[in-house]
Design a protein around this ligand. Sequence first.
Ligand SMILES: *Cc1c(COP(=O)(O)O)cnc(C)c1O
Length: 377
Amino acid sequence: MIPLSLPNIAGNEAKYVQECLETGWISTAGDYVTKFEENFSNWIRSDSAVSTMNGTAALHLSMLVAGIKQDDLVVMPNVTFVASANAIRYVGAEPVLIDIDVDSWQMDLNLLESFLHHECYFGTDGSLYHKDKKKKVAAVLIVHVQGHMCDFDKLQEICSRFSLPLIEDAAEALGSSYDGKYAGTLGMIGCYSFNGNKIMSTGGGGMVISKNSELISKIRHLATTAKTNPMTYFHDEVGYNYRMVNILAAIGVAQLENLDSFINRKKEIASFYEKELDGIGDIVFQKSHHKVKPNNWLFTISTSRMKDLLVHLNSQNIMSRPFWMPMNQLPMYKECIFCNENDISNIVHSHCLSIPCSTNITSDELEIVVQSIKDFF
Ligand SMILES: *Cc1c(COP(=O)(O)O)cnc(C)c1O
């Protein structure tokens, strides 16, 4: 079986984990947690960072410190991994789902603008409200789908015009950039995931960054059960146990040492596929805005014969999988506002599939994948 996207554990992971085991520092306290946060901040050129047990926890904490409250509305793309929408629900808020752009598969900014302009109004308190629901529109949660990004200048202009804080779900976009600036560093808060299939992995893990170090301190506080005094067990609010453990941070420090090479390898894989599959059948690739440099995390193609190609590849032991089900098609979110003209989400969902692109895939395996797709068409 040629796997879809596996972690690449070829560096100092074992050495650093061994050190945790030998010293007994395996839990939430320990030098590797601090080191991972510092090294990550340096790599991404951010001022402060706090690690979490996974990307979903990072998103949840971001919603809390961004002040999203019960019954608020948070605008997000309709196509993403379900965790983005769940994080909004965890704080009692409601997602507003915006359809995606047919070429880039990112949130359609024209639909976003039209929703804010036509369906919302500024209240006397200066906040934005939805006309029908009379609920406050509290933030935009942008997702960098498949490590690509939207026209960020335009997004930022829209958010500032409507006074909306911008939170980035950069779980798939570690190392992607817009106009030379890294995904996750452009909004008020950026969230990352180090789940097994992501471009770098700690097994499970996440990170939150922000230029505003006060927000990061708040997140650190909430993630550590809101404990203000470890000697007296005094907690000043309802907190969470969301911290990353030292043993996983040790893996993170080692993974980060190889992140540049992972990104380079993903780029090589994407270039190879784009060269070899260009013009084969009706295959179309995900398109990028000209200012975006994607991290090419998960190579995904679009074809009208997606379902058959999926069966064909998997029967040949080439792991491939379809795109996520759009949020508006999931039972928990089907009642949410879904802004769309032609339900592009559903078209993309019924046309796209991801093909093997682990950083340690061999060139022979890449040839096998390409040949199998050519044979199919
Ligand atoms: C992976 C992912 C997450 C969640 O991260 P976990 O670490 O798995 O909790 C959130 N959003 C997006 C877009 C993702 O791809």
